[in-house]
Design a protein around this ligand. Sequence first.
Ligand code: NI
Ligand code: MN
Length: 237
Amino acid sequence: MAESNILTFFGHSSFRITTKKGLKIWIDPWLDNPSAPQDAKEDISADLILITHGHGDHMGSCMDLASSSAAEVVAIHEIQQYLLAKGVPNVTGMNIGGTYHTKGVNITMVPALHSSSIQEGQELIYAGQAAGFVIGLEDGYKVYHAGDTALFGDMAIISTLYNPKTVLIPIGDHYVMGPKEAAYACKLLDPKVIVPMHYGTFPALTGTVGEFKRQLKAHHVEADLVVLEPGQDLELN
Ligand code: NI
Ligand code: MN
């Protein structure tokens, strides 16, 4: 058993948590993203794959990971149905508000304020609502992956009910919160550690870490801001 749970960033909104017990949990794996580390696809073994919504920059490598390992995919009902129809064998559907316990981990699907669909050629397939996840690891450590989202006041409820210690927060603007909204979100969430994501991957995502830092200060948020480079690890203790 390892001493820490390890969070690894793969660029954009893609993360892997390797728990103390060695469980590999991927969230929104898109390993072809422009900022992914070169060796991103070297080890794509997975036990759990969590998908926040149907957009390609979040579903990205889901099929590859699911087919190369016996991973269980967890997503909203509509995405589950889509993946099952595509032949992915082990997919659990759930919905916003619920908690699913599997492999020693508690997965709570929480709201996100965003759209969701799956694009196939010119066609857009309905993919249910966009979501975020609060992931309670085997030792009780909690991580919140906000998915793609706008700021919403009920993040305060996520803080009160689940109290995630580390939050993964989009700051890129245009399609998601910008630095100002993201800083306010962190004020509501009151975590210990903040990891920014979903910025700089492509030109429309103009939100910067520098501006996020300024906004966190302006909003008197005192949590540690940890800026991960793609490929970099963070110990979750
Ligand atoms: Ni999206
Ligand atoms: Mn996105």
